[in-house]
Write a protein that binds this ligand. Sequence first.
Ligand code: HEM
Length: 472
Amino acid sequence: MNSNNPSTASKSFPIYEDLVKAHFIAAIVYSVIVVLTGMSFALQFLSLYPFPGVEFLSPGRVRMTHTMAVAYGWLANGFFAILHYVIPKLTGNATFSKKLGWICFIVFNCLVVLSEILILAGYGQAVEWGETPVIMDPLIAIAATLACFNFLAPIWKARHKSFYVSVWYITAALVWAPLVYVMGNFIPQYWMPGSGGAAITSMYIHDLVGLFVTPLGVGLVYYLLPVLLKKPVYSHALSLTGFWGLAFFYPMNGAHHYLQSPIPLWSQYAAIVASIGIHVVVYTVIFNYFATMQGEYKQLVTSIPVRFIAVGSICYLLTCIQCAIQVTMSAQEIIHFTDWVPGHAHLVLFGTFSFWLYAWIYYLWPRIFKTELYSRTMCEWHFWLAAIGVIVMWLDLLAAGLMQGFMWKNLVPFINTVEATKPFWWTRALAGTCILVSEFVFVVNIFMTWKYRRQAFNEQKLNEPLTRTKTA
Ligand code: HEM
């Protein structure tokens, strides 16, 4: 077993806790924007859009702010917060510079806010997941590179040590992320228009999730799970098999987003084969997580972070099984352009990666504020509403997608398919309401934890100076 296993790490390291807090706060603010924009756009499908006739908040633009807020606001900020904590713990070195950390935090978030405003003002690009206005692209690429450099420097400094698997995943994600961003936002735009550019865009769409969100999500759970369970990960060898499988298969998956399109057929088939390869990766990861949990299943009841990790992992498995079905040419004939696709997207980005992020926030937030969570009951409400919401939304959109696809294939007039889908869109709105309420419960709980910590801190300061130690 690797000597850097987090469950046995005990040394104290320089961690810039203010940066952890700042990124978490930004992530949580964006999570509220995510649910509000998602809910607004869902209401458009029911002719109940809350801002009819307001060009700045027109539904198409709000949809883009929804997905931008998911990727860059909520998930990226959440991951950056955790990296500020985890990298020093795993390498024994502080991040390159605290000042650079703050510059990156401010610049990155200003760029995200500006991008959202410009998208609402009508300057979004017609590039899926690359909707950021053209003028922002080079600035975001520079900010992302600087942020990654700040995190990679301590890893480079510790390169003579043997690394725990989380460091492998984190390193890969940080090297890949700027490359993926540049590839997706510059090559189709300036050098490769047409279907060649679409092939690159498909790779970008996939790699943003597969080479940034996935390695960080998976790598960070490999850290947190043994820490929570106070035992080593089941198999280090298996964890590395998963890592190399991801590195090898994921980049070749892209064209599976554009099956049955004018992209050369050989590249569509290559993407299908590589997508099957991805299953090996996911099964090794899920097996390793659950084998690590073996004997500790009671913690699913007692520990909120363990529960979020477990349910997130089940969603990851379901996403992958679903992927095996939807990656075939015959399934694509039916489900392409239907509601099946957002069903899949919510399961993976909310059910999996957001659930893992919640696990981290519930673990870390009380630690950095040296306090207890405000309310366990609110944690339970958050968990159950979010879990029910995402599963209902997923099943509902899958069913809607199948129905739409078969109706289209049978040349039913389009407007009839819209009418037929209405009950499914109502169900999505109800599931969305569950998610929205869960999110507000979560935010209030996190805010109250902070507020009462401040009160306790101030009261204690009046009586005796509080000895603040670095989080180990
Ligand atoms: C109140 C809860 C939510 C509602 C009602 C909602 C609703 C929607 C709607 C209506 C769309 C557009 C679907 C379409 O174009 O047909 C969408 C897209 C999307 N949403 Fe949400 N959403 C919610 C929360 C979330 C959360 C929490 C996440 C992830 C953290 C998320 C991730 C996404 C993604 C990735 C897409 C793009 C799907 C695609 O392009 O296929 N959503 N959402």
